[in-house]
Write a protein that binds this ligand. Structure first.
Ligand code: ATP
Length: 256
């Protein structure tokens, strides 16, 4: 039923000059679900993500998140509203330790509130203790304890993915947006990532929206898949159904 939808995207349209990047796209994501978004290059996946994190304001349509109008919120309020994301190309701070990188994610959420509190020492101490506790718990759950004090630049690519995930999770999002997390990973690392995404959903009871070119990963990890082409939704449903959909097959055969 609709009350289980954490996220509802309705008739969303985005234009860049003459280009229609999103053309009336609608779908629901249920609480606790892993939802994959697929589509050929230029389908509008990144534009959709940028609407959800309020980098773009759509020309038309609505986004309801956790019962509220997301488009009524400014970009800086998104993390506090419960949306976290990882970025395709935004690196961690290489010289900072794993723990420091993760703690940065917490301060992103508290934003101005944290600074306002800075005038009250007790509040700052309480906040720091909370951040430290939350960070410690995440490092343990994501199996990063041994590397907590290691600068990120010494870590493998796969381990960095876990740190990125921890950095997003430390803000305690309800919805986690993963932007092409498999980009640049080898076969074993993709396998580990698949397990990591499932573990993260199970452990943190977070809802996951995953944009990804790696179809095999999406099909294996998702409860629901939304397929896009030319800014429109061409199919959605369980992975096997979407994979077999004639329009999805055609979209991929036409471009690869
Ligand atoms: P990819 O898989 O290659 O990342 P995508 O599915 O994420 O593609 P988008 O990046 O959302 O697709 O692009 C959708 C369409 O909008 C494309 O035609 C793209 O060229 C266009 N587009 C995206 N961002 C902009 C922008 N800032 N200015 C102009 N056109 C844009």
């Amino acid at each position: 039923s609709t009350s289980h939808a954490l996220l509802r995207v309705s008739d969303l349209s985005v234009r860049f000059g003459g280009i229609v990047a999103l053309d009336g796209i609608s779908f629901d994501v249920r609480r606790g679900e892993i939802c994959g978004v697929i589509g050929p290059n230029g389908a509008g996946k990144t534009t959709l993500f940028n609407c959800l994190s309020r980098l773009y304001t759509p020309a038309a349509g609505t986004i309801t998140f956790d019962g509220a109008d997301l488009l009524a919120k400014p970009q800086h309020a998104i993390a506090a509203a419960g949306i976290g994301r990882t970025f395709q190309n935004v690196a961690l701070f290489p010289a900072m330790t794993v723990r420091e990188n993760v703690m940065v994610g917490r301060h992103c959420r508290t934003g101005t509130g944290y600074l306002a509190n800075a005038f009250r020492l007790s509040a700052v101490r309480r906040e720091e203790a909370e951040v430290r506790q939350c960070t410690d718990r995440l490092l343990t759950l994501l199996n990063l304890d041994d590397m907590a004090e290691t600068p990120v630049k010494y870590l493998s690519f796969g381990t960095r993915k876990r740190v990125e995930m921890a950095r997003a999770l430390v803000a305690e999002p309800k919805l986690l947006l993963l932007d092409e997390p498999a980009a640049g990973l080898n076969h074993e690392e993709v396998d580990a990532l698949r397990q990591l995404i499932v573990d993260v959903r199970d452990l943190f009871q977070v809802t996951v929206l995953l944009v990804e070119h790696h179809l095999n990963l999406v099909m294996r990890v998702s409860d629901q898949v939304v397929a896009m082409n030319f800014g429109r939704k061409i199919a959605d449903g369980p992975p096997a159904q979407v994979q077999a959909d004639p329009e999805v097959v055609r979209a991929y055969l036409g471009t690869e």
